[in-house]
Design a protein around this ligand. Structure first.
Ligand code: TYM
Length: 326
């Protein structure tokens, strides 16, 4: 059995990009692997958060994990700050990393662009992400394409520690899907779909009502050519919608192109609305059932205990290799 680790930030508006790029993989992997799915609240505070909102979003993500089909009895579902070893190993890996490689991270560049000053945590964030992964001797990290550079850094840090101090960490691999790894904004298909974009119509959140889903898809930016064809360079809008359709339905993009030959964007979009609504309806219903349940809190407590038991052991090994403590 392989170890799988991944995480989602509790920063609101979990959208179909998160789902099709990462969360869908979480469910697929849980039957044949030992999976750890984390709600990374220590990552969320790299930018200021309202405490009440943060707490709400943590439970929202937990409920969404379960609503999409993650079984907390099979997989370990937990909140990062409930397992103190994340912060401890995060610090150690901050010391192992160098500023040059952290300043090169495109996510840091994007988030700090144009700002006079940003929180230090925004820079050191990838070392904490590496800690999340390496604490559990992880083999596989299912994520979207935007995390590729962070996974590379995680591998580099693991190899650096192993070379300096002797075998300490498993060197993990990222797992990226062929379709869905980078879902773009519906209003601007040259930008990634994101939780924080101001325009609500730029994304479809997992909890959106059918009327909102319909509006966002019918208004999605396309082009004036009118043929349903995948061509990222020249037709980024319709290509993005084809990726979403394919990821939700499991139908290969080439087959969709054949199916919609001679049809306009209107027909295609109408069908995409139906496919999306049918995929998200059961998630929204299950979410409502469990979001305010004691069962949810209990499974997070249980998950933190199970994760902590492993993380504590890893930290004993790490401190020992590095000569820390007494
Ligand atoms: P986060 O919370 O931004 O996103 C959660 C997951 O969703 C993927 N994703 C996307 N996939 C396709 N298209 C998009 N438009 C899109 N937007 C987001 C992300 O790639 C991610 O897999 N740093 C991570 C959280 C993290 C983590 C970890 C992940 C912290 N520690 C350890 C894996 C392992 C993040 O900010 O994800």
């Amino acid at each position: 059995m392989k170890r799988v680790f991944s995480g989602v930030q509790p920063t609101g508006n979990i959208h179909i990009g998160n789902y099709l790029g990462a969360l869908k993989q979480f469910v697929e992997l849980q039957d044949d692997n030992e999976c750890f799915y984390c709600i990374v609240d220590e990552h969320a505070i790299t930018v200021p958060q309202d405490p009440k909102e943060l707490k709400k979003h943590i439970l929202d993500v937990a409920a969404l994990y379960i609503a999409i089909g993650i079984d907390p009895k099979k997989s370990v579902v937990f909140v990062q700050s409930q397992v103190p070893a994340h912060a401890e190993l995060g610090w150690i890996l901050t010391c192992v990393s160098n500023t040059g490689e952290l300043f090169r991270m495109t996510q840091f560049k994007a988030k700090s662009h144009g700002q006079e000053s940003v929180g230090t945590g925004l820079l050191t964030y990838p070392a904490l992400m590496a800690a999340d992964i390496l604490l559990y001797d992880t083999d596989i990290v299912p994520v979207g394409n935007d995390q590729k550079q962070h996974i590379e850094l995680t591998r580099d840090l693991a190899i650096r520690v192993n070379n300096r101090y002797g075998k300490t960490f498993v060197v993990p691999d990222g797992r990226f899907l062929k379709t869905g790894a980078r879902i773009m904004a519906l209003d601007d298909p040259t930008a990634k779909m994101s939780k924080s974009a101001v325009n609500e119509m730029s994304r479809i959140s997992l909890l959106d009502e059918p009327s909102k889903i319909k509006k966002a898809i019918m208004r999605a930016t396309t082009d004036s050519e009118g043929s349903v064809r995948f061509d990222i360079e020249n037709k980024p809008g319709i290509s993005n919608l084809l990726s979403i359709y394919s990821a939700f339905s499991g139908t290969p993009i080439e087959e969709l192109e054949r199916q919609y030959e001679g049809h306009g964007y209107g027909d295609f979009k109408k069908d995409l609305v139906e496919i999306t609504v049918n995929a998200l309806n059961p998630i929204r219903e299950r979410f409502q059932e469990i979001r305010y349940s004691q069962e949810l809190v209990d499974s997070l407590r249980d998950g933190a205990e199970r994760a902590d038991a492993i993380a504590v052991k890893t930290m004993e090994r790490v401190r020992d290799r590095l000569g820390m403590g007494i």
